[in-house]
Ligand binder design. Structure first.
Ligand code: AMP
Ligand code: ZN
Length: 496
């Protein structure tokens, strides 16, 4: 395969770098998955959609990608030292694994609605306790961890003394790190230093999620699962690691420390961080209650929006900001996305119907259109610049619509250029951006054929002067969201 010149912004060094995978033609990608003690919110969905597009584009470039996205089902600790999963279980009077399963199912449903491809492997933290225990042991063996009353802590002071760059990813300087106590543990005094973090935690009597280990009956620290599972499925070193930028510290910084501490090598070569989804200018966050759920958005049942929005409109809305920029959800922005999405889908429909009368050899317009096609590839290779590539699709759509409306002579575009646009736009709009039309189809040929059949049947009815039937057809279509437009060249249809 040709080596694509893909540049990726590497959070580890704070600059764009040429992407070269460890093994030519293959990519190992790890993305931190959801914590399943609560419904995922739209902010989480934005991050997973962003990585879905990254995954899809890598596939589009011809890479064989192993995409690992975990499920965090042994919870994080809360400020009061209580496990989130346990808290969820107690609130709902369920078994912890029932809570995890319920919200895992909900997460999968949402990913399906947003047309997010499933990862190659979706490992659960609770299914990898042995691997996590082995990793803790390896860290102890290399003297980067110590045991206190059955719990095990990572020794950040020793790690820094050995000149390991703790803080490089999050840009924290050593003094900040050492002053900062970010662990929400009850037994803070067990730690040698406040910046040390737990690898294994001895379970208190009321703690239900517990496993045997050489140190105590307990449970793993949150950061450990990703280190253990990425190593298991992608190797000690792999290509790409991603997550939201709120995970940089402490989660990702500690992941790196654990990997280095256990095997001496840094795990991912490129770190990618997505930016936050805001709601009315503030970070969307479960803990702050500033959220809008996908269901509320799809039903219109929220104080923040004036009406319901289709999941594909929301996905389209996500595409309009670069993954490293924040994106603010407002009702006006969603309405604009709704219009933009429909315009794009209309162009896709016109493209497939290849109008007669295109020229055989291309002129200036062909050169311009082909320039946009090339530029959209450059945009995607420039750190996945989806909004710019999408803007290119809109420029193409403008010519397609103008030709359809008669504002542009049919022979100003050649048939070969039209075919190139069709194939490229189908690959980008459906394949890479992951959009589908309103009926959820990325291949609307069947819908087109059915609509032609219905339009013919209605025409026959009108010729027979059976206006009751012809009106019934038109009204029933309108109820399902399809409008018929009668013109001098026949009847056309469009989504309302
Ligand atoms: P969590 O379940 O809290 O671990 O979050 C799952 C993923 O969603 C992580 O990669 C988070 O960084 C990301 N995330 C959390 N809040 C937001 C937000 N408001 N916007 C975008 N991504 C978010
Ligand atoms: Zn993680």
């Amino acid at each position: 395969m040709d080596t694509p010149q893909l540049y990726i912004y590497n959070s580890l060094r704070g600059e764009k770098e040429l992407f070269t995978p460890l093994v030519p033609g293959r990519v190992g990608l790890y993305v931190c998955g959801p914590t399943v003690y609560y419904e995922v919110h739209l902010g989480n969905c934005r991050t997973f959609v962003s990585f879905d597009i990254i995954y899809r584009y890598l596939l589009h470039l011809g890479y064989k990608v192993r995409y690992v996205r975990n499920i965090t089902d042994v919870g994080h600790l809360l400020d009061d030292g209580e496990d989130r999963m346990l808290k969820g279980a107690r609130l709902e009077q369920l078994q912890p694994m029932e809570v995890a399963q319920k919200y895992t199912n909900g997460f999968h449903d949402k990913m399906r609605v947003f047309n997010v491809l499933p990862p190659s492997i979706e490992p659960r933290a609770t299914g990898h306790i042995i691997e996590q225990i082995e990793m803790v042991q390896a860290i102890i063996d290399r003297s980067y961890a110590y045991i206190r009353n059955g719990s095990v802590y990572f020794d950040t002071v020793k790690y820094l003394q050995d000149k390991h760059p703790y803080g490089q990813l999050s840009g924290r300087v050593v003094e900040d790190l050492l002053a900062e106590s970010r662990d929400d543990l009850k037994n803070q005094d067990e730690k040698k230093h406040p910046s040390d973090f737990a690898l294994w935690i001895k379970a208190s009597d009321e703690h239900i999620m517990r496993w045997n280990s050489p140190w105590s009956v307990g449970f793993p620290g949150w950061h450990l699962e990703c280190s253990a599972m990425s190593t298991k499925y992608l190797g000690e070193q792999f290509d790409l690691h991603g997550g939201g930028n709120d995970l940089k510290f402490p989660h990702h910084e500690n992941e790196i420390a654990q990997n280095v501490g256990s095997c001496g090598c840094t795990p991912a070569r490129y770190w990618m961080h997505t930016n936050m989804l805001l709601l009315n200018g503030r970070k969307m966050s479960k803990s702050e209650g500033n959220t809008i759920s996908p269901e509320e958005l799809f039903s219109g049942n929220s104080e923040h929006i004036s009406r319901a929005y289709d999941p594909m409109v929301v996905r389209f809305f996500f595409l309009q900001a670069h993954y490293r920029s924040t994106l603010d959800i407002t009702d006006e922005a969603l309405q604009a996305a709704d219009r933009g999405y429909r315009r794009l889908m209309e162009a896709m429909r016109i493209l497939r119907s290849t109008p007669p009368g295109l020229s055989s050899d291309g002129g200036e317009r062909d050169a311009m259109l082909r320039g946009i096609l090339r530029q959209s590839v450059n945009d995607m290779n420039d750190d996945f610049n989806v909004p710019k590539a999408l803007a290119g699709m809109f420029e193409l759509a403008a010519s397609i619509n103008a030709l359809k409306d008669g504002h542009l002579p049919k022979n100003s575009i050649s048939a070969s250029c039209w075919n190139e646009m069709t194939s490229h736009m189908e690959q980008f709009v459906y394949g890479v951006f992951g959009l589908a039309d309103e009926s959820g189809n990325t291949n609307t040929e069947v819908v087109d054929r059915l609509m032609q059949l219905i339009i013919e049947m209605r025409r026959d009815a009108r010729e027979r002067k059976d206006f009751a039937i012809s009106d019934k057809i038109r009204d029933a279509l309108k109820d399902t969201g399809i409008q018929l437009k009668d013109g001098k060249d026949g009847t056309e249809w469009m989504y309302l």
